[in-house]
Write a protein that binds this ligand. Structure first.
Ligand SMILES: *[C@@H]1O[C@H](CO)[C@@H](O)[C@H](O)[C@H]1NC(C)=O
Ligand SMILES: *[C@@H]1O[C@H](CO)[C@@H](O)[C@H](O)[C@H]1NC(C)=O
Ligand SMILES: *[C@@H]1O[C@H](CO)[C@@H](O)[C@H](O)[C@H]1NC(C)=O
Length: 477
């Protein structure tokens, strides 16, 4: 459905595409012409960035803008999974804006060539993405009557939470405060030990039962022994109903990577009610998976048959999946290609596993090997210290107006800010929370700790808005 151009958007906006109605999430889709390179003058290219707006509750006399700093995926996915912003917009009289991150969704600077070679892919950085958000906000404040002096509160979860925190750190004159949910801004070299993440994933399962964790721990050796020959690979392909039969050891590696991701994803989205973030899942999915994984110590084939019954919870909760697709790890709207590039450039997050204190296949962190893969795959050399250098690493004491939230079920909390940095850079811990549970819409099954966390966040948002004194148009272009 197309809607007519609103008059205040006629200046620079290129297109208004559609009115979207998805449950409670009702937004208009717009596009803004962005610079490909914000930091130099050689590349004059531009591209079209998508963003979503809902202003039905907005106080048109300067009410706040709630701005979601889009992360690594199609922005509609985040709009549908950030119910907290939608839920509190009416009481704050806030306009809700979701901005798509460059190189994701439809916001591709060089179309389908965007990730093809460094000449095109090289503009995929968090710095450029934040500069996009700055330009977009300046633009919105300049063209929407009543928004000229609106305070802006930036929200984000996961990498989006990192962007939210960094947005406030870098541009405190543009955004008045940040809610950074499950934002692992310390998941970088020498800031967080590499083994912490896998250990927390494991403890989420071991909390349900030690047998459950043990079945997963034993599964790697079982897979290795069963898939050592062609007959075993055929057996596993058919028993596990794989979409693509295992032909080689490379395929086996892909399968094991898929499994590692499944266990990690389950820990991340261990929400207390059925949800569809990375995949459609039941309430408390780790518990449900663990009801199937009860008998470690059996022969490899029996163990793998049992493991499969646990896996079906992840990939076939809907009961409509024809086969297990190990090439697709999560909701296709989360783009692992773009993230893989970012992980090979700026977002180098060391992870390692020992198979004893965690249940993963042992794998040391080897930066040289990692960098080698990145050069081969993307033609780029990773810069592991870039993000901490750009944004401060652990030393963010000069920042202000940030609430970090971390759930203790969330493996990413191991790279999160878990302490109060100052009076205005504070952390709220959600003991029963998985990955950015607080950003999701309220639900009757929410634990009290997340209800309190949302109140805590709201009180900070309110104080940031109240103490905001708009400048006199001092940063107009
Ligand atoms: C990219 O898009 C162009 C034009 O739509 C098409 O001709 C080309 O095959 C596409 N290339 C790839 C790699 O998909
Ligand atoms: C998914 O579940 C349905 C219903 O239980 C079942 O018929 C189907 O075989 C399952 N798919 C796979 C790949 O296991
Ligand atoms: C940070 O301070 C707030 C009070 O402003 C307190 O409620 C909260 O528990 C503290 N967080 C941590 C991690 O100590």
């Amino acid at each position: 459905m197309t809607i007519p151009l609103a008059s205040h958007f006629t200046l620079l906006v290129l297109l208004i595409a559609s009115l979207h109605l998805c449950d409670a999430y009702n937004y208009k889709t717009y596009f803004y012409k962005q610079k490909v390179d914000h930091f130099g003058f050689a590349n004059q290219d531009s591209f079209i960035q998508r963003y979503l707006i809902n202003d039905e509750h907005w106080n048109r006399q300067g009410g706040p803008i709630f701005f979601y700093a889009g992360n690594e995926g199609d922005i509609t996915l985040f709009a549908e999974n950030t119910g907290f912003m939608w839920h509190i917009a009416p009481e704050f009289g806030a306009m809700v804006v979701f901005a798509e991150h460059r190189y994701y969704g439809v916001s591709l600077p060089y179309g389908n060539k965007s990730l093809s070679e460094p000449k095109y892919s090289g503009y995929l950085t968090s710095e450029q993405a934040l500069a996009d958000y700055v330009d977009l906000l300046m633009y919105l404040r300049s063209v929407i009557r009543g928004a000229e002096k609106s305070p802006v509160i930036v929200f984000g979860g996961s990498y989006g939470g990192m962007l939210a925190a960094w947005f406030r750190i870098k541009y405190p004159h543009i955004v008045q405060g940040a809610i950074a949910a499950s934002a692992p801004i310390l998941q970088f070299t020498n800031l967080t030990p590499c083994e912490k993440f896998g250990q927390l994933v494991t403890s989420d399962f071991a909390k349900e039962s030690s047998e459950c964790a043990q079945v997963i721990r034993e599964s790697w050796a079982a897979i290795n022994s069963v898939t050592a020959d062609e007959e075993g690979r055929a057996w596993l392909s058919s028993t596990w109903k794989l979409c693509r039969p295992l032909k080689s050891q490379d395929d086996v590696k892909t399968l094991k990577d898929y499994l590692s991701n499944v266990w990690t994803n389950l820990a991340m989205v261990d929400y207390p009610y059925p949800a569809n973030f990375l995949a459609p899942l039941p309430a408390n999915p780790v518990k449900v998976v663990c009801t199937h994984l009860t008998a470690p110590g059996r022969t490899p084939k029996l163990l793998l048959e049992e493991l499969f019954t646990g896996l079906t919870v992840y990939f076939n909760f809907t009961g409509t999946t024809k086969c297990m697709n190990v090439d697709e790890q999560a909701d296709a709207r989360l783009d692992d290609k773009g993230w893989d590039f970012q992980a090979c450039t700026e977002m180098v997050m060391p992870m390692c596993y020992d198979g004893t204190h965690d249940f993963f296949e042992p794998a040391a962190w080897d930066f040289l090997e990692y960098a080698d893969k990145c050069r081969k795959k993307w033609g780029v050399q990773p810069r592991p210290f870039m993000a901490p250098l750009m944004y401060g690493g652990r030393d963010i004491s000069a920042a202000s107006n940030i609430v970090f939230s971390n759930g203790l079920l969330d493996p990413w909390s191991t790279g999160g800010v878990m302490w109060n940095v100052s009076d205005s850079v504070v952390t709220v811990i959600i003991p029963e929370g998985a990955h950015h549970l607080d950003l999701r819409a309220p639900d009757p099954a929410d634990p009290p700790s997340v209800i309190l966390a949302r109140e805590f966040e709201k009180s900070f948002i309110r104080s940031w808005i109240q103490s905001y004194k708009p400048g006199k148009g001092d940063h107009e272009e």
